[in-house]
Design a protein. Sequence first.
Length: 460
Amino acid sequence: MSQPTTSADGTSSLDASETCRVPLGLRIVVLVLVALASSSAYLTRHCLAVASTTIQSELNLNSEDMGWVFSVFALGYLVFQIPGGVIGLRIGTRNALPLFSVLWSAMTVWTSFVFSLVPLLISRFAFGLSQAGLVPNTAQVIKDWFPSRLHGSVSAMIGVAMSVGGMATFWITGELMEKMHWRSVFQAYSLVGVAWAILFWLVFRTRPEQHPRVAVTNTPEELAVNSATTDSPADSPPIWKFLTHSAILWMCIQAPFRAAGYNLFVTYFPEFLERGHGLSVKESAFYSAWPLGGVIIGGLIGGALIDVIQKTTGNRTLSRSGLACVSLVLTTVLTVCSAFASDHLTVVVLITLGSTFSGIASPAVWAGLIDLGGKSAAIVSGTSNMIGCFAGVAFTPVVGILVDNIKGDGTMWDGRWDVLILLHAGFYAVAAISFSFVRIGDTPVTELSPAPEPGEDVPQ
């Protein structure tokens, strides 16, 4: 059997969907492994929200201080998105993802040893840097290992895994903090990422044709053609050229607002339930998991809907950005309604219904970015996710100031927790509007022929 050619970075030039017979069982294993990476990452990321009020008391911080703590994580996450994607293209996703997992586990241990604000800020910034490579490299794995017709379902599974990790984190952390110090909880969570990194490196390969269980079906002549015509990462257009395309631009514009809407669940929602509705830490952790459960259910529904709409209509715009737009409009309406509910259970139920529709939009975003990015899916996804991080950098501290004013005495927003929820709804509304401008064709933007220069002859 002929073997694929490989580049200097160890990645092959073949298109797995056309040149390999990948066993279904192996694809399932790859999907499970990548999903577990997302769950592990969210375990170490969102435990801080559950422990927030405890950490504030122990380190003598307020909500604004914690806003900056959440913000510096987002800043680190932002600045290393594209470098994280480039690292994956250079050393292969088999090496990159375990590297990042070990690093973010180490940063979680560092966080558990801090005793004041500044070291906490530095540790969370480093933690953000370490987790930044997760999304772009996961997108690249989806592109390399799964055919286009499955991108919706596979993306949904990854999004669901993230929310499962987040939901489990709220419940497990709430339970563990009844019995353990928050520092011990963080240290225990770090072991999960290290164990995953070892397992992933042993089982996974960057490209399907590098795996011993995959049969390569090309002839030597076809291999030579593929090797000669496949672009390397260095041949990809610069990032600014991607952003000049309307679809990618609007996908990037929606990112920080959709992220800001989601961020409420994993930053201030537990505090909102504790201080606004008088719940205990354990109770607020329990109810804070509900919206994340809604995201999980929505992700499963969205993944199926994407593939059904695409198969039925053959329209990528309708199955990706169209579905996301409608879903986020419904999220906005339900969130506005929750702002006027009087009891905590009604608030949580309405917000959970809204989060379900936001979850439907999530796999549409993943699939749309992969379709737009093509061979450069890691870079395009990383760019959008990087811009999405502005939500954490810019919006989270502002929300922290708002929360301090809401719980303060005699301030303009004293006791007005509905303002926090309405702001949350506004973020989703802007994201929905942005999706209405996204058009996705059958050819990735990164592979479209450049427009001719003025005066240049156009081939007939």
